[in-house]
Design a binder for this molecule. Structure first.
Ligand code: K7E
Ligand code: CUA
Length: 658
């Protein structure tokens, strides 16, 4: 309490002392010039800090040794990764490798466990080692994040990954066998029964060849419901299914919750069925797919769809159970509703009663009522599209519109009855009120500029049934002049906004230099129960069970059977056992290393020069790799983590005799 009073006094002093102080916002100020004064006021004056700056600094400062309040999980897009950030400090905590090999975590660079995870996402036998991760989705229980798993999609290859939040490692990658790009993923149903995935660019199912002239007849999208088994911690492809949808280029999706639980919503932006041909005299895609004023919101009853599949009313296509369009229509699984214009984000309000759609080329957000949708379905208040799918009457299902500004994209909520929408063209975040069933209750509150070209936003638990408010992160595409120059490829700018009441303000700029974040989700830190050390010495982290190759101290050995060599090793500060390996050219080597440490943070890295092997052997883990000793020579292998004073001695020689 005393500290709080003292802090308030200092703050008041600073604020009053600096009230008249202003600075040229256009000219970036160096962080410091020479030695700073020792007192807070002197520092503030020397650096030209405004009262707002000081408030922002205090709100985001997390002292040494203290922890952040939230985890932010953000996608890295072409980096194919998932980046974990602490909020409000905006410190990067981990860069989790997902679709792309990563040496520090020993992911996909020799380690057989992680190579197998990556191979799960190979496409038609092509080894895929890249990805475009877009939308992370934390697992939910009752519509709230439960902190157990996070899923993320790869737009480029139509894949979904499962990441285990016990150890923040990728455990599974699945490939949709019928599409080659997805974007409406990942979104989980309120109890993580399913992970939703929607196609982006339509292709013939299985992306087989079909002339582009057959686009309307042959090309299709799907909405895939990946079944998730919590016990196994895996997506079960055999229990998953897809709903066939027209080639409208489905975009983002969201799962219903509470009132709308059992339903899902995906929008689309190419109901023109435009197929390009700019060298053949056709318009560019950007105008070709933007001719119509309305596209279609896809409204699907996934719970009903699951029953339809159980009743056997599906076709097996490339190993996936697919509900064809006529069945979906007949069974009341799939409906459409018009949505303006060039829609992008679709977001369900925390109470599950309203669907918010943002159209890139419409200055409004459009709010649909789930009740009205149900009434229109019951009254068959629809026309049919070219594929025979009911298109609900727009006026019957649309509840309200709010004019927000240019380029609205994505919406999040604060749990206080407010919504926040990113405005790409305005480079701003709009705050507006939710009005329930009263259209007049939906009103604009304020607009806060961000720098620059904002994409997604992520509020604290902002897409659950109980958002926290307090913080919102703007994921801005362009940084331009915000940071020290680093050449033509700039970091992006993640800005932290204070939405805890009072005017919405930017309180931190974070340079994101390891990926282009699209979506992010922010979860209360105490919901995540990560382990410090694996449960048992000799642990298989991917399968989450004791490894059959676990090696105890004293049991280290080299077994030879003809030219098949198996090495059972251990690592502990500060030696690797064995530290001398004698091979012959032509040997095939399988090498298992168990980190027999049980101490918090006692990780040993491992690299073997000349063989493309980089491992992270975390406390109590067993890791395996294999290689062919193809050329003779004398090699060194060593620990790459500076684990002790005698870390440099933690090495061994591998001799390959001609
Ligand atoms: Cu708007 Cu891929 Cu979610 Cu990016 S998408 S901004
Ligand atoms: Cu182990 Cu360095």
């Amino acid at each position: 309490m005393k500290r709080l009073i003292l802090l308030t006094m200092i703050l008041l002093l600073l604020v009053s002392a600096l009230a008249g102080c202003s600075r040229d916002k256009e000219t970036p100020t160096p962080a410091a010039e020479g030695n700073l004064p020792a007192d807070a006021m002197g520092i503030a004056q020397a650096r030209g800090l405004t009262p707002d700056d000081i408030n922002a600094a205090l709100k985001t400062y997390v002292p040494s040794g203290k922890w952040d309040e939230y985890y932010l999980f953000t996608s890295g897009c072409p980096s194919g990764n998932l980046i974990v950030i602490g909020v409000p400090s905006m410190r990067i905590l981990k860069n989790v490798a997902v679709f792309t090999p990563e040496a520090w975590q020993g992911y996909g660079i020799g380690d057989l466990g992680t190579e197998a995870v990556l191979d799960g996402g190979n496409v038609d036998g092509v080894e895929i080692r890249m990805g475009d991760s877009h939308h992370p989705a934390l697992s939910e229980t009752g519509g709230d994040y439960d902190g157990q798993w996070v899923f993320i999609n790869d737009k480029a290859n139509a894949r979904v990954a499962v990441i285990d939040l016990r150890d923040f490692r990728t455990k599974q990658i699945v490939k949709d066998p019928n599409i080659i790009s997805n974007h409406g993923s990942t979104f989980v149903t309120p109890n993580t029964e399913y992970v939703i995935q929607g196609t982006q660019y339509a292709t013939p199912l299985g992306w087989e060849y079909a002339p582009i002239e057959e686009y309307k007849e042959t090309y299709r999208g799907v909405i895939t419901m990946w079944k998730f088994d919590r016990e196994q911690g895996r997506i079960i492809p055999e229990e998953s299914f897809s709903i066939e949808v027209p080639p409208y280029w489905q975009d983002l999706c969201d799962a219903g919750k509470l009132d709308s639980d059992g339903w899902g919503f995906c929008n689309s932006f190419n109901t023109e069925l435009f197929t390009g041909g700019n060298m053949e005299g056709n318009p560019q895609f950007e105008s070709g797919v933007s001719q119509r004023d309305m596209d279609y919101l896809h409204i699907f009853n996934w719970r009903k769809a699951a029953e339809v599949v159980e009743a056997g009313k599906f076709e097996m296509i490339n190993g996936m159970r697919v509900i064809r369009i006529p069945t979906a229509v007949e069974e009341g699984v799939l409906f459409l509703a018009p949505e303006p214009k060039s829609p992008h984000g679709v977001d369900i309000t925390p109470d599950g009663k309203y669907v918010v759609v943002a159209g890139k080329l419409d200055p409004h957000v459009t709010i649909y009522s789930f009740d009205k949708i149900q009434q229109a379905i019951a009254a068959e208040n629809w026309t049919l599209d070219d594929y025979g799918i009911p298109v609900l009457d727009y006026d019957a299902v649309m509840l309200a519109q709010v004019e927000l500004g240019l380029g609205p994209l994505h919406t999040q909520f604060d749990g206080q009855g407010n919504a926040f929408t990113s405005l790409f063209l305005d480079s701003a975040v709009a705050k507006w009120t939710l009005g329930g069933d009263d259209p007049a209750g939906y009103t604009m509150v304020e607009k806060t500029p961000v720098q620059y070209n904002i994409g997604h936003i992520a509020a604290a638990e902002g897409d659950t049934v109980s958002p926290d408010g307090q913080y919102l992160v703007a994921l801005n595409k362009w940084a331009v002049d915000r940071f020290l120059p680093v050449g033509p490829l700039l970091p992006q700018n993640l800005q932290l906004l204070d939405i805890g009441g009072g005017p919405v303000k930017v309180i931190y700029d974070m340079a994101m230099g390891i990926g282009e974040p699209h979506y992010a989700q922010m979860i209360k830190a105490d919901k995540i129960k990560a382990v410090n050390v694996y449960p048992e010495v000799g642990w298989d982290a991917i399968e989450w069970k004791p490894s059959e190759f676990a090696t105890k101290p004293g049991e280290e050995r080299i077994e030879r059977d003809g030219n098949q060599v198996t090495i059972y090793s251990t690592s502990i500060r500060s030696h690797l056992t064995p530290d001398r390996i004698e091979l012959k050219v032509g040997d095939h080597v399988v090498w298992h290393i168990t980190n027999i440490e049980t101490a918090h943070d006692a990780v040993h890295g491992f690299q073997l020069g000349g063989q493309n092997v980089s491992l992270s052997i975390e406390p109590s883990a067993t890791v395996s790799f294999e290689f062919d000793a193809a050329t003779s020579g004398t090699y060194a292998y060593y620990c790459t983590e500076f684990c002790s004073a005698l870390h440099l001695e933690m090495m061994g020689y591998m001799l390959v005799e001609p």
